[in-house]
Write a protein that binds this ligand. Structure first.
Ligand code: FES
Length: 443
């Protein structure tokens, strides 16, 4: 029998349910009732997104253009984590808002966005022996509740779920067709709609009126004893808190997500996000370490290090041999060895120059100058010239080709294989970068 003292390395490295920074591509858009649009995404690195039903992701939207700072917004995940290969957010268009109109107009299949997640303490429990829920939603507050309903519906078990969904108009209940279907085939789930204080249109069969203790009693006479999850505008949630107390629901059984921009909510979001960023950085380091171990363990037959050839046969790189770097030497803060930093920098003008093109890339460790065209990705010509750069995906996803640029500028079009702080530290991915100027590269 194996030891249970420590989790397996792979399981730890995957970091299930821990927030990560990743790039995601929109693969589908689905209009919903009530001015919502569902955006279906998949991670660009091909990994599933592990989250808990009810959590949200923080997304950087380039609303002012790609060269300006993006604007961050958090959106609840509306899909079920039991289908983790894609995930959905559902965004209500607020005509006066900065971000949501931009999202509705610009996010389309093929749009790639930077995300952080999953985040949030408002979610179904990992294990609940009682599994009796009262889910309260108002307006766009249905999005995390929808994730919970889809999750419970997709899993076996003895759940008992009552959903009470308040909307402003009869045609404004997002997901109503799916909710009706789920309620019709899954006897564990009951869905009630209420039209708030609007007039009931002819033929309306749902409830009407704002949330009251009588309404709670009507839909869930056994509310006391259920776990209550509520999401909606602040006024609605304040009312819900008061009424749930009146019908005997204990405070410790109530979980709420405020969909408002009030100061307190924003501060709570900021605190959650700051923590998520810290955790994401730790997880990214673990993943990078295990990816490095993995790629280093692959045989060269996989073509990770392709020797260079020209018409006269294999290219011989000149200059500094790799072995001059002492792996035991203490590291400097930028990851180089102190001995290396002290060693006199080689003179690139003495390196052999290969290739053709208007720009010159000097690879300082290999000791070779490679001339390239500004339109070609740097990795290919560098590898052909004998520069040892590990590479796997060749699409800017896996991060295995990451190198440091000592000077010069690149245009990089990556898919999540590098993090913002690595770029700030001067790293780049040669598989998806073109040179803008002559460059000096630490490889
Ligand atoms: S080879 Fe995968 S990111 Fe460059």
């Amino acid at each position: 029998m194996g030891s249970t003292e420590a989790p397996a390395r792979a399981a730890r490295a995957l970091g299930p349910w821990h927030p990560q920074e990743f790039m995601a591509e929109c693969v589908e858009t689905v209009p919903e009732a009530g001015g919502l649009m569902t955006f279906v995404f998949r991670r660009c690195d091909g990994a599933p997104l592990a989250f808990r039903a009810g959590q949200y992701v923080n997304i950087a939207f380039p609303v002012n253009g790609e060269d300006q700072d993006p604007v961050d917004r958090s959106y609840s995940l509306s899909s079920s984590p039991t289908e983790p290969w894609t995930f959905n957010i559902s965004v209500k268009r607020d005509a006066t808002g900065l971000v949501s109109p931009w999202v509705h107009q610009n996010v389309k299949p093929g749009t790639v966005l930077e995300m952080l997640g999953p985040v949030g303490a408002f979610h179904l429990p990992d294990a609940d022996r009682r599994a009796r829920y009262l889910l309260l939603a108002a307006g766009a507050g249905i999005t995390p509740i929808m994730s919970m309903v889809r999750t419970i519906h997709s899993l076996p078990g003895h759940a008992d779920v009552v959903v009470l969904y308040h909307g402003a108009e009869a045609g404004g209940f997002a997901f109503h067709q799916e909710l009706a279907y789920i309620a019709s085939v899954d006897s564990r789930i009951k869905v009630f709609y209420s039209l708030g204080d609007r007039n009931k249109p002819e033929g309306w069969e749902g409830l009407s009126g704002r949330l009251t203790a009588a309404m709670l009693d009507e839909v869930a006479p056994d509310a006391n004893g259920r776990q209550v999850y509520a999401c909606g505008p602040e006024g609605y949630l304040n009312t819900a808190t008061e009424l749930l107390g009146k019908v005997g629901v204990d405070d410790t059984s109530i979980y709420m997500e405020f969909f408002s921009g009030d100061r307190q909510t924003l501060l709570e979001y900021q605190a959650e996000l700051a923590l998520a960023v810290d955790i994401a950085e730790e997880i990214a380091e673990e993943i990078a370490d295990s990816a490095e171990d993995y790629y280093e363990s692959q045989p060269t037959a996989f073509g990770l290090y392709e020797p260079g050839y020209d018409a006269e046969g294999p290219l011989q790189a000149t200059g500094l041999p790799l072995e001059t770097v002492d792996p035991e030497a203490p590291e400097t803060s930028d990851g180089g060895s102190a001995a290396e930093a002290e060693a006199e920098a080689p003179d690139a003008s003495s390196f052999e120059t290969v290739g053709t093109g208007s720009l010159t890339l000097s690879f300082m460790r290999t000791g070779i100058n490679v001339r390239i065209d500004p339109t070609e990705h740097i990795l290919g010509p560098a590898q052909r010239a004998g520069v040892r750069i590990g590479a796997n995906c060749k699409e800017g996803m896996c991060g295995s080709c990451k190198v440091v640029k000592l000077s010069g500028e690149v245009d990089m079009n990556h898919q999540g294989g590098i993090r913002a702080r690595e770029i700030d530290a001067g790293k780049f991915l040669p598989c998806c970068s073109t040179a803008r100027t002559d460059m000096v590269i630490d490889a």
